[in-house]
Structures are given as C-alpha cells and as structure tokens.
Design a protein around this ligand. Sequence first.
Ligand code: RB5
Length: 151
Amino acid sequence: MTAKTRIVVSSDHADIALRQMIASHIAERGWEVVDIGPTTAESTDYPKHGEAAARRVASGDCALGVILCGTGQGIMMAANKVDGIRCGVCSDTFSARMIRQHNDANILSIGARVVGAGLAIDIVDAFLDAEFEGGRHATRVDMIKALETSR
Ligand code: RB5
C-alpha cells in the first residue's frame, strides 16, 4: 500500500480507547492505519505524540493523520510546529470537512473529553470524505506555508 492511503493515528493517555476505535474504523474504510500509540493509560506528554504523528505526515510516510488529546488543543499545537503540517481541532463535521476543502489540513485533531465516540467517528468520516478544492484556497494555503520560512 502506498503512503497515499496510509494514515497515522496518535494520542496521549486521555483517549486510548477512542483512538483505537477510530483506528479500527479508518482501517475498515480501507486505509492502512499506522497507530503509533501509546498503548497504556499511563500519563504521557501530548507534545511528543503530536510531533511523532506530524513527522510521519511531513515526511510523506503517511498522507494524513488523526490525533487526540483531552481537548485536542495541546496535541494540535505541537503538531502545527512541524513544517508542512496543517492541523485543526474539530468538534463538528462541518469544520472537519472545511479544513480539508479550504485549508488542505493534513491532520485532524479531536478532543476526546469534548466529543462522544459517535460524533468523533462522524468527524473522522467528514475529514476523510472531503478533498482540497484548490483554486483561491491554494493561494491562501501557500501563504500559510510561506510563514514557515519566515520564522
Ligand atoms: C492531559 O491531562 C491533558 O492536558 C491533555 O490531554 C490535553 O487536553 C492537552 O491539551
């Protein structure tokens, strides 16, 4: 299977069961899921898990990523520090669709203490079903990318 259909999944300790549920769901959709853990509920630091997922995507090893922490916010902030990553936290399906269509987001972040499992799966589906629209949105995404070289 090529990187185009490979997706990385990661989280901190707040959300292991939901991450595994999401990973199974994505696999059932036909993606090769790279679940980089963690596997125990022992307290762990979300920045390293956000970075690890982000590097998989930034390197091209995985096309997309889904990451989780309690709020989805901290792990999103860490992932977005890696050049090439555009990650948004979504608690609704509209936002999950739009970050793909307009922002060409390559990682979706979910707050496991914010949304229930059913909504989380719908959010993942909305993200995976959407495609970047390009055009005027590509110009804006290029402006985001340009910020990486200015820091
Ligand atoms: C861990 O308790 C919690 O701080 C983390 O999962 C996340 O919500 C941070 O943004």
